[in-house]
Ligand binder design. Structure first.
Ligand SMILES: C[S@@+](CC[C@H](N)C(=O)[O-])C[C@H]1O[C@@H](n2cnc3c(N)ncnc32)[C@H](O)[C@@H]1O
Length: 351
């Protein structure tokens, strides 16, 4: 039987990384998330309860593993300018990731964050993360990946930062699979929550076109937005520009399911029914790649928050496959020390 590579699931939420990696036969041996509601959902699905606050956990309490995964919260670093490597990250959750990496020396590290992480604090945050990982002995590469290129009808862009002790993870080898449109994923039957005709406005056909992102902006909800400071005859613009009021067509992709949403205000124009309706919670989980038998939290507000905070499973699954295909876990590969040293020299010259 083939060896099962092990991983730990940090900031695990409801376990999307775990599902993606397990699909390629990796074994999760430890997880952590201090959010009680996430712990409940995670335990319901995987049978083990994640450990709590990572800042309070000693590395000696964590078993040895091959891969570390983390969709970690983005926090600013107070950068001294002295390039102290991972010491520059003290006081942040990334520091805790680094301290685990330093002690455990996993073969591969997979980090995920929101797209704007790349430009956060004038790119200093990203540079600090890369420097810290390089100082810990990793080749680092990163790329923004969109869930819609992995068979999911959602325009969800996230940055993936991958460190490997062997050689660079090559993002160019990733296999893309353009998604079908949202229509294809919608529940055919079901008790839908429709908007009344007077509750929305559909744009004139001549204004409707598919954007490069795959979104088709179809109209907006007739909700009152801000009451003050609106210029005469521009009230509708105020509605249009408020993202939660926008209605997208089911013949395109869905916008990113956001993390701060707890009421599920995702309204779509269902082209088959010719009506505006709310995306159901099952549809939300489906367009993140969750399996049908995934057990959601019992509270509706938590279900929405948890899915918005999660990571698209199909993307993680492809990354975990590439890690195997690119032989990043293979002990026989000789590390390119010179390449890493060269890289550090270049980086210090650059920063
Ligand atoms: C962006 S979410 C990651 C979600 C996860 N990737 C998923 O698929 O559901 C970040 C998670 O970090 C957790 N978190 C934040 N600070 C933490 C800490 N100090 N210790 C453990 N978990 C923490 C939050 O509770 C949250 O669930």
């Amino acid at each position: 039987m083939k060896k099962k590579y092990t991983f730990i699931d940090l900031f695990c939420g409801i376990g999307a990384f775990r599902i993606g990696f397990e699909k390629n036969n990796y074994k999760c041996i430890w997880s952590s998330d201090f959010n009680k509601n996430c712990q409940t959902t995670y335990e319901k699905n995987f049978g083990d309860k994640p450990f709590g606050d990572i800042t309070k956990i000693k590395t000696s309490e964590i078993p040895n593993f091959d891969i570390l995964t983390a969709g970690f919260p983005c926090q600013p670093f107070s950068i001294s300018g002295h390039h102290k490597g991972f010491e520059d990250t003290r006081g942040t959750l990334f520091f805790d990731i680094c301290r685990i990496i330093k002690d455990k020396k996993p073969k591969v590290v997979v980090l995920e964050n929101v797209k704007h992480f790349i430009n956060h604090n004038k790119k200093k945050t990203l540079k600090t993360v890369i420097s810290a990982l390089e100082d810990l002995g990793y080749f680092v590469s990163y790329k923004i990946l969109n869930a819609s290129n992995f068979g999911l009808p959602q325009n969800r862009e996230r940055v993936f930062i991958i460190g490997s002790r062997n050689t660079f993870f090559n993002f160019e080898l990733i296999k893309f699979r353009k998604s079908n449109n949202l229509d294809y994923f919608l529940e055919k039957n079901g008790k839908h929550n429709f908007l009344k005709k007077n509750e929305y406005t559909i744009l004139n056909d001549k204004f409707i076109k598919r954007q490069e992102s795959g979104l088709i902006f179809k109209g907006y909800r007739n909700k009152n937005g801000f009451k003050k400071g609106i210029r005469k005859n521009t009230k509708h613009l105020n509605r249009v520009h408020r993202q939660p009021n926008r209605i997208y067509s089911s013949s395109g992709y869905h916008p990113t399911l956001p993390s701060q949403e707890s009421a599920g205000r995702f309204f779509i124009y269902d082209e088959k029914l010719k009506k505006v309706r709310k995306l159901t919670i099952d549809e939300c989980y489906k367009i993140m790649g969750f399996p049908k038998n995934f057990k959601k939290h019992e509270k509706s507000g938590e279900q929405y928050k948890q899915i918005g905070n999660s990571v698209a499973i199909n993307v993680v699954k492809e990354i975990s496959k590439q890690i195997l295909d690119q032989k990043l876990l293979d002990d026989k590969i000789i590390r390119k020390y010179d390449a890493l040293e060269n890289l550090k020299i270049q980086r210090h010259a650059r920063v």
